[in-house]
Design a protein around this ligand. Structure first.
Ligand SMILES: O=P(O)(O)OC[C@H]1O[C@H](O[C@H]2O[C@H](CO)[C@@H](O)[C@H](O)[C@H]2O)[C@H](O)[C@@H](O)[C@@H]1O
Length: 366
């Protein structure tokens, strides 16, 4: 599996690269404390059932596991688990020189997830703002490398949040792709357009069904829907899950997955963030290019599809944003959006300095 074009930690890919949904043993893991640095053991997080679409008896467990608690004392936390995970998925900041070395002479293409990667997770999805500093960092990155935002959100919404017209945007988990607005001829890909009427219908049904659950919120992401339960009392989670499952039963063309305290309903087509990454590379003229290096940064289970594509291509750098050990196909890790910003700024700075490198090529706008 390892190839010279895949940037892997010195330790190699290792057993931690198991795919979500592949089963595995539940474990109690230590988490990194943002305040105290990479190897501090302050929090614990049960990984039990934090996989893809669970069997009905594990729905509740999966809902509990889908987003780690913010802070929990963990004096007895399993330090070995965290150390072992960190060896397999080391900090992209700690291993920056290694990553920069791999970028040297390559055409870097940057792919960035939005929620939990560029903006911190907050209770209200409509208030998940990006900071001005992060926006400036992304703007800088896009001056050096073609840059795409790949999000579960509706494309227009994530574009409004990020506010940069020079980027590529892949909304609805990659099912709605558009290039920089400066170019009216720019790429456009909407492989699920025939599902629009169905999504609209299901949106209305879900709003009606969930209105009796305080805190539940249905978000229309155009080609997919999100049912948020972050603000729902845990005692009502099972009921909400049953309601969502009852709705989706009538729509076999849709599939149900789970993100961070959110149910995600989307068309059952062979399209995901990984396909979006491949589509964008092809649109940029890098389909069979041996000297392209896609860098993908994301925090959620849907980002795993993109990490897997990088591994399959034997090309690229996958970086998972997480404070806790998680099953992932990413090679490196960063703790939170603050570290993501630091990484982006360092990459820009490195590219400025190595001005003679082909990585300096200006983004090709389609
Ligand atoms: O692919 P992403 O850009 O990561 O989008 C995935 C989902 O992100 C949003 O929900 C998450 O972030 C919210 C704001 O921080 C948070 O309140 C929620 O609990 C998280 O699940 C977005 O609202 C969803 O529609 C996306 O599917």
């Amino acid at each position: 599996m390892t190839s010279q074009d895949v940037v892997v930690p010195e330790m190699g890919i290792g057993a931690g690269a198991a795919m979500p949904g592949s089963g595995g043993t539940a474990g109690l893991f230590a988490c990194r404390s943002a305040a105290a640095g990479a190897m501090s053991m302050r929090q614990t997080y049960h990984l039990a059932a934090a996989r893809s679409a669970p069997a009905s008896c594990t729905w509740l467990e999966a809902m509990r596991a889908c987003s780690p608690p913010r802070s929990r004392g963990g004096a007895g936390a399993d330090v070995d688990e965290l150390s072992s995970w960190m060896r397999k998925h080391p900090s992209a900041l700690g291993k920056f020189e290694q990553i920069a070395g791999a970028c040297k002479g390559k055409k870097v293409v940057m792919f960035l997830d939005y929620d939990g990667t560029l903006s911190p997770i907050v209770a209200n999805p409509d208030a998940a703002y990006i900071t001005d500093a992060m926006r400036a960092a992304v703007r800088d990155v896009a001056k050096h490398f073609p840059t795409a935002i790949v999000s579960g959100r509706c494309r227009d919404k994530v574009h409004n949040f990020v506010g940069l017209s020079e980027l590529y945007y892949a909304g609805s988990h990659g099912m709605d792709i558009k290039g920089p607005t400066s170019n009216p001829e720019s790429v456009l890909c909407q492989p699920a357009s025939e599902f629009l009427p169905m999504i609209e219908e299901v949106y209305k049904v879900l709003v009606e069904k969930t209105k009796s659950t305080p805190g539940a919120m249905v978000e229309n992401n155009k080609f997919c829907l999100s049912v948020h339960f972050r603000c729902v009392d845990e005692k009502r989670w099972n009921f909400l899950a049953e309601q969502v499952k009852a709705v989706i039963k009538d729509y076999p063309m849709l599939k149900l997955t789970q993100g961070r305290k959110v149910f995600e309903l989307r068309p059952s087509i062979m399209w995901d963030k990984g396909k979006a990454l491949e589509f964008l590379l092809e649109s940029l003229g890098f389909a069979d290019c041996s000297d392209v290096l896609p860098v993908y940064i994301g925090d959620d289970r849907t980002d795993e599809d993109a990490f897997k594509v990088l591994r399959k291509r034997g090309q690229g750098v996958g970086i998972l944003v997480s404070k806790c050990p998680k099953e992932t196909s990413a090679s490196y890790s960063l703790q939170d959006p603050t570290e993501v910003m630091e990484f982006l700024l360092r990459l820009v700075e490195w590219n400025r300095k190595s001005s003679s490198s082909p990585a300096m090529l200006r983004p090709r706008v389609l």
